[in-house]
Ligand binder design. Structure first.
Ligand code: FES
Length: 103
């Protein structure tokens, strides 16, 4: 098959990458996820899980229904880093409180 077939657009994983995984012995969708990073992009696998599972089933010659989805881990939605990086009140400086009181 000619050309580059992208399976995961977020992480730029191709059919060729999946074929390489299977050739190296990675036959479980969790292993493929860890090896390639597919499913870890902004859509968290919503776009790519089905095509990767379908191709993995084809390459490993198993029924597609036997391929279980990978385990989703938080955050389940893209989270702005500013929500995680906010300093707790205990680490605030007195000048911060004065600045907030000013109109
Ligand atoms: S297309 Fe694969 S994580 Fe978004």
């Amino acid at each position: 098959m000619a050309g580059k077939i992208v399976l995961c657009r977020c992480e730029d994983m191709t059919l060729s990458d999946l074929e390489h995984c299977v050739a190296r012995g990675y036959r479980d969708i969790e292993e493929v996820k860890r090896y390639t990073g597919f499913g870890t992009g902004p859509c968290q696998g919503k776009e790519c899980l089905a095509p990767v599972a379908t191709q993995l089933a084809r390459l490993t010659e198993v029924a597609p229904s036997t391929i279980r989805p990978f385990t989703s881990r938080p955050p389940l939605a893209p989270t702005p880093i500013k929500l995680l990086a906010r300093a707790p009140d205990a680490h605030r400086f007195p000048d911060d409180e004065e600045a907030e009181k000013k109109p």
